[in-house]
Design a protein around this ligand. Structure first.
Ligand code: 13P
Ligand code: SF4
Length: 367
């Protein structure tokens, strides 16, 4: 079922939730959490709003949340405060008896939507014709369950921004070439950091079905899917140049979903967890410009008054799809669990799950 079909099937937030006060909603959520106890588990991604994060039982980046869900055996209801692909991953990694919900079915990810399974199957046929059996597929977890299943079926693995380098290194021990879905930037930044020259990387354009590559086929080591994050593409070289002119002593740290040019001009880069760790361990008074989603940057500003933190792009907006999860949707989802209606449940079919688990396990079982 597509995300739009799921939204149609589940309907939108009922009117009765739109007139509640914040304190009413908080009180009702607290009450449900206390009643359900460990039968309920609420994981929250670092990009979620504070109004939601305050109720999370665990917060983390994509890797941490996948690991935490895989390890949780007691929760009957997992209400995932993140985006659709994260809830799908949680459903794949938990048992039959554990139900996973996404409080608002419209919380998708524009990057994950940039690789559909039909495009991927078509690309694979063309790439195998051109390069033979020399390619292993890897997919960023920011992808649909169908793409993870495709990757699992072809011997590949998932990656997150926390472990991409390690998984890419492993992939090169398996095959001569990598197809990296769906984020060209994470793929390029990671491969480059491991010593793959830029001119050994091609780009697969899924709209035109064309391999964009000027080099000699023999030298091509990485095939990057032409997808990107619409949030992180808003951090630009112009932002960095302007900051370097006005505040040369401000450290710039960005997420590797930013372009190669932005990452290479920055002082440091890493996953959301890595960014948080760097801020937490820095000396008081350190000046930072952070290139990642605004809810996280604002939370770091609030939690670290001893540091001087700004967003790398002063006009940055939050990830709009992540932001669809809010207090009214969280309350609606929780109350529907209590009433037995179970709105907004995420279910990945068994066949897709089995193949996707192969890809996820190859990642999670690496130390
Ligand atoms: P991480 O949680 O892996 O840093 O990913 C960021 C992101 O964009 C999630 O959608
Ligand atoms: Fe997707 Fe980017 Fe939003 Fe993450 S920040 S959910 S990659 S659109």
């Amino acid at each position: 079922m597509s995300i739009m079909d799921a939204v149609k099937a589940e309907g939108m937030l009922p009117e009765r939730y739109k007139s509640l006060t914040v304190s009413e909603m908080k009180e009702r959520i607290r009450h449900i959490k206390a009643t359900l106890g460990t039968k309920l588990f609420i994981p929250g991604h670092h990009y979620q709003k504070n109004e939601v994060i305050q109720f999370a039982d665990a917060t983390g980046d994509s890797l941490q949340l996948a690991q935490i869900c895989a390890a949780n055996e007691q929760a009957e209801h997992i209400v995932f405060c993140g985006v659709h692909f994260m809830a799908e991953t949680a459903d794949i990694l938990t048992t039959e008896n554990q139900k996973v919900y996404l409080p608002d079915m419209r919380a998708g990810c524009s990057m994950a939507d940039m690789a559909d399974i039909f495009q991927t199957e078509r690309a694979w046929v063309e790439l195998e014709k051109r390069f033979g059996d020399t390619i292993i597929p890897l997919t960023y977890v920011n992808s649909t369950a169908a793409i993870k299943a495709f990757v699992g079926r072809h011997g590949g693995a998932t990656v997150t921004s926390s472990n991409a380098a390690e998984i890419v290194e492993w992939a090169f021990t398996q095959k001569k070439r990598i197809l990296f879905l769906p984020d060209q930037h994470l793929g390029r930044n990671t491969a480059y950091s491991l010593g793959v020259p830029l001119d050994h990387m091609a780009v697969w354009n899924p709209i035109t079905d064309v391999l964009e590559y000027d080099g000699v086929d023999e030298k091509c080591q990485v095939i990057l899917w032409k997808g990107h994050c619409s949030v992180h593409e808003n951090f630009t070289v112009a932002n960095i140049e302007s900051l370097r002119r006005t505040e040369p002593d401000r450290k710039i740290i960005v997420h590797p979903e930013c372009s190669y040019e932005v990452v290479s001009l920055s002082d440091d880069n890493g996953s959301t967890k890595y960014i948080i760790d760097q801020i937490q361990s820095a000396a008081p008074g350190t000046k930072w410009a952070i290139g990642t989603e605004m809810n996280l940057v604002n939370r770091l500003i609030e939690n670290h008054p001893e540091q001087d933190i700004i967003s790398l792009n002063p006009l940055m907006c939050p990830c709009l799809t992540m932001n669809r999860i809010d207090l009214p949707h969280l309350l609606w989802c929780l109350e529907s669990i209590v009433e037995g209606a179970g709105h907004n449940m995420i279910t990945v079919d068994d066949e897709t799950s089995e193949e996707a688990i192969a890809a996820l396990d190859r990642m999670l079982q690496r130390p």
